[in-house]
Design a binder for this molecule. Structure first.
Ligand code: GLA
Length: 406
């Protein structure tokens, strides 16, 4: 008996009817803004328009951040026919008008719903209304749907996640408007193994929170800071790539206490080829935060067409070097200081010999080939692999370099 074949057949039979995912929407990780991390439920039409204007004025739209995503709490009640409506006090001109406003500025419109009876904040969920809701989103001009996992039952009675996300995927296909489907199931049912068939990105963890190395319990769920989330990503790197991305959650860049932490968070998400969804107050952000988010070399690392997530090349308890193969034989490396003290660190290329990504079949051999280094933060030349790289890295900071074959 051919066991792998039998297994594959069983998996295929158990899978819900094939979805017709709009395939070309996320060949590189989606980029945009989402309301949740900074504003929670406190959102309205004026805030979304103000944020859209600030994305344009700050140059962030032109840097690639095009999705403007409303998270939880935009909802009103369903009407007599069951059609979902916006909260008419918070969104008095309605969702179609808001979508038009965004599209007129070269932005895209994202919305949020949930696979259960209610959203996490208790607004109407889409269970049993999937086709009706997707059709309504299409009428409003929606381009991106984040689909959450609250109120989907527990234990035996829990909704089957594949069925739930397949149904919304089919509903979007039936609505006939291309929409990115963001699977927000918190990594509980291994969405990296099945999410690609139905959606374009899948959360790998519970919610992020704006701290460096903390986890905070909320009874039956926890939220985690930058390092605990980072530490769960490497094992999943095989599953992420063009068309379907591991999503370590929306960014807290701009919401962390120090510039170094904000810089590191951004660098690490770029190294992971994570979706870059800004979660801060865009009209109020400082010029330093703007410069981090708009850094063209860091964005290019995230958006590299190979879409290969980084791995830990060198790991010490205090400093780690992550490496990411890029197109054309280039590499990016990130030197992360996990600690709250400054650290000196040296990479001796001759001693390490080579940089090897067995999983993706990529290799840089420093004995055979020499590379030029560019500091990705500043764009300045930073020597070559002929001499060791010696750096003093500030507390919780991250230095990033691209390596180009000479
Ligand atoms: C869940 C999601 C968050 C956010 C909130 C909204 O916790 O994981 O990203 O969407 O719900 O209520």
């Amino acid at each position: 008996m051919n066991r792998p074949l039998v297994f594959a057949l069983l998996v295929a039979l158990a899978a819900p009817a094939a979805a017709q995912k709009f395939d070309a929407l996320a060949q590189t990780p989606p980029m945009g803004w989402n309301s949740w991390n900074h504003y929670g439920c406190n959102i309205d039409d004026a805030l979304i328009r103000r944020t859209a204007d600030a994305l344009v004025a700050s140059g962030l739209r032109d840097a690639g951040y095009t999705y403007v995503n409303l998270d939880d709490c935009w909802h009103g009640e369903r009407d007599a026919n069951g059609n979902i409506q916006a909260d008419s006090e918070r969104f008095p001109s309605g969702m179609k008008a808001l979508g038009d406003y965004l599209h007129a500025r070269g932005l895209k419109f994202g919305i949020y719903s949930d696979a259960g009876a209610t959203t996490c904040a208790g607004r109407p969920g889409s269970q049993g209304h999937e086709f009706q809701d997707a059709a309504q989103y299409a009428r409003w001009g929606v381009d991106y749907v984040k689909y959450d996992w609250c109120a989907t039952g527990t234990g035996e009675a829990q909704r089957n996640p594949r069925e739930a996300y397949a149904t919304m995927s089919r509903a979007i296909a039936a609505a006939g408007r291309p929409m990115v489907l963001s699977i927000c199931e918190w990594g509980e049912n291994d969405p990296w193994l099945w999410g690609r068939a139905y959606g374009h990105l899948w959360r790998t963890t519970g919610d992020i929170i704006n701290c460096w190395d903390c986890t905070i319990g909320h009874g039956n769920w926890i939220s985690s800071g930058v390092l605990p989330i980072l530490d769960k990503q490497e094992a999943l790197r095989a599953h992420s790539g063009p068309g379907g991305w591991n999503d370590p959650d929306m960014m807290e860049v701009g919401n962390l206490p120090t510039l170094a932490e904000n810089r590191s968070h951004f660098a690490l998400w770029a190294m992971l080829s994570a979706p870059l969804i800004i979660g801060t107050d865009v009209p109020g952000m400082s010029s330093d935060i703007r410069a981090i988010l708009a850094n063209p070399r860091l964005i290019a690392i995230d958006q590299d067409p190979l879409g290969i997530a980084a791995f830990r090349w060198i790991a010490t308890p205090e400093v780690e070097v992550w490496a990411k193969p890029l197109a054309d034989g280039n590499w990016a490396i990130a030197l992360l200081n996990r600690t709250a003290q400054p650290r000196d660190f040296t990479i001796d290329w001759a001693r390490h010999g080579e940089l090897k990504d067995d999983l993706k079949g990529r290799r840089a051999d420093f004995a055979q080939a020499r590379f030029a280094l560019t500091d990705a933060w500043t764009g300045r030349a930073a020597g070559t692999t002929a001499a060791p790289l010696v750096r003093a890295i500030g507390p919780r900071d991250t230095h990033v370099f691209t390596l180009t074959p000479l």
